[in-house]
Design a protein around this ligand. Structure first.
Ligand SMILES: O=C(O)CCC(=O)C(=O)O
Ligand SMILES: [Fe+2]
Length: 305
C-alpha cells in the first residue's frame, strides 16, 4: 500500500520542498456569513480507546478527557454555505501545487488566499461548533501553512492519490465538496488501530474501514495524528475536499507535529517561524495562541456552552 516517506526520504522531501505560493487574490468571491454554520451539527462518535489507545495516553484538562478519535460524517455547513465554499475552492484550483509527499495535488494555506476561507475558520460560530463536536476548545492552528488545505483529484491521466499516512495535526476536519455521484473511487479509508500497529497491515485487514463521506458536504472529524488513513484513487470524475486543521491551545505541549513532517511539505525556511509560534512559551494559553493564530479566543467555558 502506498505510504508517505520517512527517515532520510522525508528529509529529502524537506530539502526539495518550497514554501507554498500565494495566490493572486480572489476578487469577486462570495462573502462568508456566520449563519452558514450548522450550529447543532453532530454525528456518530468513535473514541480513541476504540482504536486501542490506553486511557493514560490521552490528554486531560479541566475535568475533560481528550478521547475523540472520529466523528461523523455530519453536515457542518448549510447547503448555501457549501455552494459558496465549493465555488471558492474551484477558483483556487489554478494555485494548486503538486507534491509526492501525501496528497498529489493541493492548495496549502488556502486561508491566506481566500477571504471567505479565512473568515470561515476564524468565525466564532464555526470554531465553537467544531470545539463542541470534539469536546475541547479549538482554534486555527498557529502553524499557519498547514491550517487549510484543498485536495483535488481527477480520474484521468496519472492517478492523483492520497497515500496512507497519519497527519501531523491532531484535530482535522475534512469537508467533501463534490457529490459522490460525480466520481468513482475516492473513498475515505482508515485503519481502526493504533498508528504503531499499521506497519504489518495488508490490504484486506478487517481493521481497514471506510467512512462513507460520499454525500456532498459530508464532514468527518479525525484525530489525524493517531489514525492512519488514505483515499482510494479517483478513477472517474473529480473530487475536491477541504481539510481544516485546528489546535487546542490547552494541549499545545501534546501537539503531534514534528519539524520534519512540516518541513517535508513546506521546506525548512518556511517552517522555522511557524515552529516558533507553536513552541514559544505562553502565559495564558487561550489568549496567547489565539493571538498567534489570528483567531477569536475559545475557552473551556465556551465548550460547555
Ligand atoms: O482528501 C481527503 O479526503 C483526505 C485528505 C487527507 O487525509 C489529508 O489531506 O491529510
Ligand atoms: Fe490526512
Amino acid at each position: 500500500m502506498p505510504r508517505t516517506a520517512t527517515g532520510v526520504d522525508q528529509l529529502l522531501h524537506a530539502v526539495r520542498a518550497r514554501r507554498p505560493r500565494r495566490g493572486p487574490g480572489q476578487s469577486g468571491e462570495p462573502r462568508w456569513r456566520g449563519d452558514y454554520v450548522v450550529r447543532d451539527a453532530a454525528g456518530p462518535r468513535v473514541s480513541l480507546q476504540e482504536f486501542g489507545y490506553a486511557s493514560r495516553e490521552l490528554g486531560r484538562a479541566h475535568g475533560r478527557v481528550d478521547d475523540t478519535a472520529l466523528v461523523g460524517p455530519f453536515q457542518l455547513l448549510t447547503p448555501e454555505g457549501l455552494d459558496c465554499l465549493a465555488e471558492v475552492c474551484d477558483r483556487l484550483e489554478p494555485a494548486a501545487g503538486t507534491s509526492r509527499f501525501i496528497a498529489t495535488r493541493r492548495v496549502r494555506s488556502a486561508d491566506l488566499m481566500s477571504p471567505f476561507i479565512n473568515n470561515m475558520i476564524r468565525d466564532r460560530a464555526f470554531l465553537l461548533t467544531c470545539s463542541r463536536i470534539v469536546g475541547v476548545p479549538l482554534i486555527p492552528h498557529p502553524l499557519r501553512i498547514p491550517t487549510v488545505q484543498i485536495n483535488y483529484s481527477e480520474g484521468h491521466g496519472r492517478p492523483e492519490i492520497v497515500r496512507w499516512h497519519h497527519d501531523g495535526m491532531d484535530y482535522v476536519f475534512t469537508i467533501q465538496l463534490s457529490d459522490g455521484d460525480c466520481y468513482d473511487g475516492g473513498r475515505f479509508t482508515y485503519f481502526q488501530g493504533r498508528t504503531g500497529e499499521f506497519d504489518d497491515v495488508t490490504e484486506h485487514d478487517p481493521r481497514i474501514r471506510e467512512a462513507d463521506c460520499r454525500a456532498r458536504g459530508a464532514t468527518l472529524f479525525l484525530h489525524g495524528s493517531r489514525i492512519f488513513h488514505a483515499v482510494t484513487p479517483v478513477t472517474r470524475g473529480r473530487r475536491v475536499t477541504l481539510v481544516v486543521s485546528l489546535f487546542c491551545p490547552y494541549f499545545a505541549r501534546r501537539d503531534s507535529n514534528t519539524f520534519w513532517h512540516l518541513a517535508g511539505d513546506d521546506g525548512i525556511l518556511a517552517t522555522l517561524p511557524n515552529w516558533l509560534r507553536l513552541k514559544w512559551p505562553v502565559e495564558d494559553a487561550a489568549m496567547d495562541f489565539a493571538l498567534r493564530a489570528g483567531s477569536p479566543v475559545v475557552t473551556w467555558e465556551d465548550v460547555r456552552g
